[in-house]
Ligand binder design. Structure first.
Ligand code: XIL
Length: 367
């Protein structure tokens, strides 16, 4: 009994998908095609590691400059900004046609003292703080004008504390809460064509999502250019709830902005410190110093499959960047506990694909 035409078509379609899914596509970059930017950070230190660079260009279609654009690395010396390191990373990316994200113009981690505090460590007067913020952002954004796929203008400004909207950062103490708006305005003035985004962690958690929505609405009401929200994505086995990811993407997309996942990793080690507030401790459980047990490897793969399936369900997600090219380059080997062996990414210390890579790829191919 020959198959009816419709059944024949459906069978052929299914074979096409499964054969496509099974073997013709092996990297996330191939699976993404032109639908999504999939990336990792690259630092100057990586530029002498050819096997790593080869893996990056095979697997990813965008990079984020890892630390060379952070204010504490770029602007310690007000008279002499250290652009050369970031320029070298940018030159490599340009030579490989990889769009580059700028991370970041302002962050309260090791902010250069001259920007917002006086010689006694007290906040500078508002006008001086504004002038220094304008000076810094215009100098940096002008230097990289037209060369970046987007700027993380302000990083981690929202408070984790119940009932508190914004962190009392050094910029906040000098200028006041409108320092965020001013930072976006100065960036746009210096580089009018580059997309601008706000970036933070735990902003899929309902309470912090509400604060983030409030901040974006306030910036939009002030006619500030904000093109996207950066969801850092420092997640764990079992955190966050997948529904929070869906709800958050929908809430941010409703504001008319794109969603970028900017620092995705999945911590497989017991964590005693929430968030990503950079506070570290020297003691803590380090259960897998030599290798990750197969059972945890499998749990990590299932977790990445679930997170990727959720993220890829939304067309508003325009970029997913892992926070590390491979497990050996992950900041989670030293956060929140220093000196641990972590396994939060898709590639192991030998640059080999882990089961989590296959799981993420499967989510891509069956989306
Ligand atoms: C970390 C980098 O991985 C470190 O190498 C650097 O010394 C400090 O910053 N949230 C962020 C990132 O926005 O900038 C942090 O990355 C991780 C937490």
């Amino acid at each position: 009994m020959p198959l009816a035409p419709k059944a024949l078509f459906l069978a052929a379609a299914f074979c096409a998908v499964t054969s496509f899914a099974d073997d013709s596509v092996t990297s996330l970059r191939e699976a993404a095609g032109n639908s999504l930017l999939i990336g990792c950070p690259v630092g100057e230190i990586d530029l002498v590691n050819q096997p790593l660079l080869d893996m990056v260009t095979r697997e990813f279609n965008t990079i984020t400059i890892e630390t060379e654009l952070m204010p504490f690395r770029l602007g310690e010396d007000k008279e002499n900004f250290g652009f050369a390191r970031a320029d070298r990373v940018l030159e490599w990316a340009d030579a490989h046609d990889l769009p580059v994200y700028g991370h970041m113009l302002l962050w309260d981690y090791r902010t250069p003292d001259w920007m917002f505090t006086d010689e006694n460590g007290d906040p500078l007067p508002r006008e001086q703080g504004i002038e220094n913020l304008r000076f810094y952002i215009q100098k940096v954004a002008t230097h990289f004008k037209g060369r970046l796929a987007g700027w993380n203008v302000v990083n981690e400004a929202i408070s984790d504390a119940d009932g508190e909207f914004l962190r009392e950062t050094s910029a906040y103490r000098s200028i006041g809460p409108d320092y965020i708006k001013l930072a976006f305005e100065f960036a746009h003035e210096a580089d009018p064509d580059t997309p601008l985004y706000y970036n933070d962690y735990n902003i899929v958690v309902p309470a912090k999502r509400e604060k983030t929505v409030r901040l974006i609405r306030e910036l939009q009401a002030a006619n500030v250019r904000i093109d996207a929200i950066g969801i850092q994505g420092h997640w764990l086995l079992g955190f966050p709830e997948v529904q929070w990811i869906h709800d958050s993407i929908e809430a941010y997309a409703a504001l008319g902005i794109d969603i970028l996942v900017t620092e995705l990793d999945v911590d497989v080690l017991p964590r005693t410190v929430a968030g990503a507030n950079m506070a570290t401790v020297d003691e803590g459980p380090n259960p897998y110093p030599d290798a990750l047990p197969d059972s945890v490897q499998q749990e990590l793969a299932e977790t990445y499959h679930d997170f990727f399936t959720a993220l890829l369900a939304h067309d508003e997600v325009k970029m997913i960047t892992f926070w590390g090219s491979h497990d050996g380059r992950s900041w989670l080997n030293d956060f929140p506990v220093t000196g641990r062996t972590n396994y939060p990414l898709l590639f192991d210390r030998d640059l080999q694909r882990k089961p989590a890579h296959a799981a993420a790829l499967k989510a891509f191919l069956y989306r």
